[in-house]
Design a protein around this ligand. Structure first.
Ligand code: SF4
Ligand code: SF4
Length: 500
């Protein structure tokens, strides 16, 4: 299959052998699970259970809210012991609304759960509705509700579904293992999604550092004519949606546009597996496979983890730490986010849990820029990180935006190659956060102004209505008085005439 070259990229040491050759293991149930109601991009789900209630595995715990949201289901059977705030799976460590569930150890599925023998007989709308009801979100880390993407056929002329099996982040091997161990299920999920999208072509992109996955997926795809496996060159960030699509189709996604603009939708192998489970067996998304790795983990591997499991339970299962980790990361080391504690629960988008040693974190002293342009060569988006960081350091955020901040995918390739160890991507992430905060503040100002204008208009209308009512009452009183006077005058006249 013909592939197209993309610019930039780097070759970080991949360290995948730490976990790649161990089969996926089921993690035992923790006694207590904390299931956040925000495990997706979009509105927080609202609780559908009460404290003390008994629930079965797969039972709805919280309903989605609005167009961009996802419901949340019970990862096992047990009793609800709390609905409140709990630390989020996020670098901030801030609390998020969470349902706490005490497992009863039976792991009993809800009796309401029902799949279908022939998902291909369902309409695209019905498939998307079932995917939405199962709470499936992008499991490569993006956590965008998958049903929203499946419904893109309504607004775009789509022709291809790309399954993103690049898994280009170092250490991560959960998609690799899934494709090697359950290729038919991943393919089935991909074909169901292709039906929902109304596309005839499915491409599965897998990097060359996963030859076993390439081979088994190719073998499984042989029986299905419309599926092809693309052998991608191993280069970070090949798993970036836009770069993957460019590599396999030769077409560039417009700046700040979607891959759907060029007719392509991208999903992850774990998402495809979740769609297969939801459509064939009616099972909502209640667990996921994640890589647990890093130099500080005693037994790295890939585990199927019930969502809401505290990460300490996962670490204990892997034999604990060999040494105190310098950094705990959710996701990969390039784009993942640091985790503040081991109390926090696992979530739908967490594809990796890394406990990195001092040597693995490469926290080296920052030196002055030597204008070597290595960052410019490494940037897959054709940006000028060296210029952008100069503006960011001077606090000139508009200047960074003008240089293309919003096109930066935060891949960290620039930071990785910088010989002066300048944390370029941190500057860009900070600048994006600042811009987003300014945007929110501006939106709030506009909203406040709109509310004030609405209130002023409402008060004016009330005053006007009062004035009009008063004038009406005055007029009515005057008319009544005049009628009374006329009647009295008439009566007087009649009396006078009678007397005469
Ligand atoms: S983090 Fe942004 S600026 Fe740096 S290489 Fe990636 S896309 Fe380019
Ligand atoms: S790689 Fe680092 S030192 Fe080289 S130009 Fe970029 S910021 Fe400067």
């Amino acid at each position: 299959m013909r592939l197209f070259k993309i610019r930039g990229g780097v070759h970080p040491e991949d360290r995948k052998t730490l976990s790649a050759n161990r089969p996926i293991e089921d993690l035992g149930l923790p006694p207590l699970l904390h299931i956040p109601l925000q495990q997706h991009i979009g509105a927080l789900a609202t609780p559908a259970v009460r404290r003390g209630q008994k629930v079965a595995k797969g039972q709805l715990l919280a309903n989605s809210q609005g167009m961009i949201s996802a419901p949340v289901h019970a990862p096992t059977s047990g009793r609800i012991v709390g609905i409140g705030s709990y630390p989020a799976h996020h670098a901030s460590g801030l609390n998020v609304r969470t349902v706490s569930l005490q497992a009863d150890g039976e792991d009993r599925w809800s009796e309401d759960i029902q799949g279908t023998d022939d998902p291909f007989s369902l309409s695209p709308e019905e498939i998307a509705a079932r995917v939405a009801a199962a709470g499936i979100v992008g499991m490569g880390g993006a956590t965008f509700p998958s049903a929203v993407k499946l419904n893109l056929r309504k607004r775009y002329r789509l022709h291809t579904l790309v399954i993103n099996g690049a898994e280009c982040e170092p250490y991560l091997t959960c998609d690799d293992r899934l494709m090697r161990e359950q290729p038919e299920a991943v393919l089935d999920g991909a074909r169901i999604m292709a039906r929902a999208l109304g596309v005839s072509e499915i491409l599965i992109g897998i990097e060359d550092n996963k030859p076993e996955a390439q081979a088994v997926m190719e073998q499984a795809a042989k029986v299905i004519g419309s599926v092809r496996v693309a052998h991608l060159p191993t280069r970070y960030p090949m798993g970036s949606e836009k770069h993957l699509v460019q590599t396999v189709t030769g077409r560039e996604t417009p700046a700040r546009g979607l891959t759907a603009d060029i007719g392509v939708v991208v999903h992850n192998p774990s998402t495809a597996l979740a769609v297969h489970e939801a459509l064939r067996y009616g099972r909502p998304l209640v667990s996921r496979v994640m890589t647990v790795s890093g130099g500080a983990i005693r037994k790295p591997g890939n585990l199927r983890v019930p969502l809401g499991t505290p990460i300490q339970h996962v670490i204990d299962h892997c034999g604990g730490f060999t040494t105190e980790p310098a950094r705990l990361v959710s996701g990969g080391p390039m784009m993942g986010q640091p985790l503040p504690s081991t109390r926090i629960p696992t979530v739908k988008g967490a594809n990796g849990l890394l406990a990195l040693t001092e040597a693995e974190t490469s926290c080296r002293e920052t030196m002055p820029c030597i204008r070597c342009a290595s960052c410019v060569q490494a940037c897959p988006c054709g940006l000028l990180p060296v210029e952008m960081v100069a503006h960011a350091r001077a606090g000139d955020l508009e200047g960074v935006v003008k240089l293309g901040l919003m096109d930066c995918i935060g891949c960290g390739s620039c930071s990785y190659v910088c010989p002066s160890h300048i944390p370029l991507v941190q500057y860009f992430n900070y600048a994006k956060g600042e811009m987003a905060a300014r945007g929110r503040a501006k939106q709030k100002q506009t909203e406040t102004r709109r509310l004030i204008e609405q209130r002023t208009a409402r008060m004016e209308a009330i005053k006007k209505a009062k004035r009009e009512a008063m004038a009406r009452r005055k007029k009515e009183a005057a008319e009544k008085k005049s009628e009374q006077t006329t009647a009295e005058q008439r009566a007087e006249r009649i009396v006078e005439e009678a007397a005469a």
